[in-house]
Write a protein that binds this ligand. Structure first.
Ligand code: GLC
Length: 427
């Protein structure tokens, strides 16, 4: 590691220390002042590079927010803050610790395996005990996913709110979201545009629809089956399913060393169902995987990063692999840094607006992992190196403009720091 990398590594650790609120890490101060689900999973993997105890703590604190039905919410409101909307009073959920009522990509299982293996490698004696408790939480949450979000057993899990996807205002949701009314029972008091320029954030109209959905689900008493029936927005999402399938494979590895035989069988069945479901979403004419709008019954063909995420979970055929490589190269062509969250050749591409073009370090981390699993090391390495260089140039920003490499959004972002810790150590 050279001097610059050493300095950056220290800076990354400082960010995690500054964003620490007592065993959990906020994504960034003020803009996101609570614990976010998938952010914390990535952060735990960052901690695992130098502080195993803290890595476990991050996941344990996230699990404190888990509901009795197994759902791990997208936000855990451990302590009050008035710099974010919508807060606990809008969600109106009944968990012991206030939480939101929706979820986020289940990176938890992937992170748990990562932390466990790092713990075993350093000879920690408490690894098996701590992992086992978290394994139970993860398994419960995967059961929730299968029953609450794939009740028709398609092998694809659905999101009922764009925020669940982690890619809040992706063009993938445009058509489906346009059907959601803008009327709300809740008075909207946006805080995000007070921290970050409005031109980079979702539009007001999108926000009204986001809150309309929260109002509908709160009206269902947060009951999963009532929500499934009432949902005006329901998308079988390949990004979510890809991550869930991968996390299931990771839990299976853990089950073999610390779980029971019946856990293994259950996880194997889940994994088979999900990978079969994903395989059916490949569209050879587009060279991509596509999500499905369950209300219109249509494929979602908007070219977004989600199309590449199934690589983390399934083995591509040779033809598919060639097609994905060519497609990814097309997306990277002419970009200062890739992978853009929306293809640059798409009319929806906006290089600075949130999930409509910008590059996210953690998305690159997933795509690169998927490429490595599918024996595309060269492309994986290009994406990893590009991400590390972008961070070295622009800092630990929330995301980057792919056309210029400029750092945008929140400035001292936890998961960008974690991505740096993990990706800069790869060769
Ligand atoms: C935004 C992102 C989401 C992330 C959160 C906290 O809502 O879209 O993916 O988890 O910020 O960083």
């Amino acid at each position: 590691m050279d001097m610059q990398q050493n300095g950056m590594m220290d800076a990354a650790r400082t960010i995690l220390a500054q964003n620490d609120r007592g065993g959990y890490t906020v994504p960034t101060a003020r803009l996101y002042p609570f614990q976010w689900n998938w952010d914390s999973a990535f952060v735990a993997m960052g901690f695992a590079t130098y502080d195993i105890d803290r890595a476990y703590r991050e996941l344990e604190r996230l699990a404190e927010g888990q509901w009795d039905d197994g759902m791990i919410p997208h936000i855990v409101f451990h302590a009050p803050s008035d710099t974010y909307f919508p807060g606990p009073e809008v969600w109106g959920t009944r968990h012991r610790i206030p939480t939101s009522g929706i979820t986020q990509p289940p990176v938890f299982g992937m992170a748990l395996r990562h932390v466990h293996e790092a713990a075993v490698a350093t000879g920690r004696t408490d690894a098996a005990d701590r992992t086992l408790k978290l394994f139970r939480s993860a398994l419960l949450s995967h059961r929730w996913w299968m029953s609450a979000r794939d009740p028709e057993s398609r092998g694809l899990v659905s999101i009922l709110h764009p925020w669940e996807s982690g890619s809040d205002n992706s063009p993938a949701w445009d058509e489906a979201l346009a059907r959601v009314p803008t009327s709300t029972e809740t008075v909207i008091r946006r805080k995000d545009t007070g921290h970050v320029d409005a031109s980079m954030r979702p539009r007001d109209e999108d926000y009204q629809r986001f809150i309309h959905l929260v109002d509908v689900y709160r009206g269902c008493g947060w009951d999963p089956m009532r929500q499934w029936e009432a949902a005006p927005f329901k998308i079988a999402d390949v990004q979510m399913t890809g991550i869930l399938a991968r996390a299931t494979a990771d839990l299976l590895v853990l089950a073999r060393s610390i779980g029971k035989a019946e856990d293994q069988r259950e996880l194997e069945q889940m994994h088979q169902l999900l990978t079969d479901g994903l395989a059916r979403q490949w569209r050879a004419d587009l060279s991509r995987f596509v999500s499905m709008d369950l209300i219109s019954g249509q494929d979602i063909t908007a070219p977004t990063q989600a199309c590449f995420i199934p690589l983390v979970a399934i083995a591509l055929s040779d033809n598919q692999r060639d097609a994905v490589r060519a497609e990814l190269r097309r997306w990277l062509d002419g970009m200062a840094v890739g992978v853009p969250s929306t293809a640059p050749f798409s009319p929806a591409f906006e290089p600075k607006r949130y999930w409509r073009g910008p590059v996210w370090a953690v998305v690159n981390w997933l795509i690169a992992d998927g490429l490595r699993l599918n024996r595309c090391e060269d492309l994986a390495r290009d994406i990893e190196n590009g991400t590390v260089k972008a961070i070295e140039k622009a800092g630990f920003c929330e995301y980057f403009d792919p056309t210029t490499g400029e750092g945008l959004g929140g400035g001292t972002f936890s998961w960008t720091a974690a991505a740096y810790m993990v990706l800069s150590r790869r060769d």
